[in-house]
Design a protein around this ligand. Structure first.
Ligand code: SF4
Length: 233
């Protein structure tokens, strides 16, 4: 398993659990707002090649966290691009840790296996935009049928999950958000994550703005009739 980064403690990313986060390299999207561009862009990844965390070192670390952490969040990049993801998750579980997986939903075949074998306790899937604007916002070609398939698999699974969107004032208009609300209709949980101007993949995105605090609640209300729980970050 390729591990490019680790955050040794998070109290926020795995709901109601203490966890560490590992980051896998590479992604098939190029979202301009991506905060992890050093884990996504091949030209930046090159700088990390010699700093990859060996799997053995990660499991040695995990051994020291027994009784201290509940679980492991696997994030990226896009973790489902890793060929040995399933075997890796099984190893984590064998050590007694719970697993949360972050995914952009482009690989339903892998998600189906993970769900069928009950290998994770939680999945967070990004919904980047309404169907019409998807390709533009992810900066790449999208097989939207796969996004739909992943949505259906996750909503039909007996596990906790959330769909989530990083929202940018100039891009995520009320109409776009209504399109997303329609797409996730019936979901258990949906998170709106306000865009932060920090390290972004496409520097043009530094010209975009986040929503003001007072603007967020009306946006959350767009989702009230579609999903059971809406969270605003
Ligand atoms: S935001 Fe997620 S899906 Fe988009 S490029 Fe970054 S890692 Fe990939």
């Amino acid at each position: 398993m390729q591990i490019i980064g680790i955050n040794t403690l998070t109290l926020l990313d795995f709901p109601k659990k203490t966890a560490c986060i590992i980051f896998t390299p590479g992604c098939n999207f190029r979202c301009g707002f991506c905060y992890n561009d050093e884990y996504v862009l091949p030209e930046k990844l090159k700088n990390y090649e010699s700093n990859m965390i060996p799997e053995e070192a990660f499991f040695n670390f995990l051994e020291t966290r027994k009784g201290l952490l509940d679980g492991v969040v696997i994030s990226g990049g896009e973790p489902t691009l890793q060929n040995d993801l399933i075997a890796f998750i099984k190893k984590i579980r064998k050590k007694g840790f719970l697993v949360k997986l972050d995914s952009n939903g482009t690989n339903p075949a892998v998600l189906a296996k993970i769900i069928k074998e009950k290998l994770v306790e939680y999945i967070a899937m990004d919904i980047k935009a309404n169907p019409e604007n998807y390709a533009e916002i992810v900066g790449a070609e999208v097989d939207f049928a796969k996004i739909k398939e992943s949505r259906d698999l996750i909503m039909g699974a007996e596990i906790d999950y959330e769909f989530r969107t990083t929202i940018i004032k100039e891009l995520h208009t009320p109409e776009v958000l209504q399109g997303i609300a329609n797409f996730v209709k019936g979901a258990k949980k949906y998170s709106l994550q306000n865009f932060e101007k920090k390290n972004v993949l496409n520097k043009n995105f530094l010209n975009y703005t986040s929503f003001k605090k007072a603007e967020l609640q009306p946006l959350a209300n767009i989702f009230r009739d579609s999903v059971k729980e809406v969270i605003v970050h």
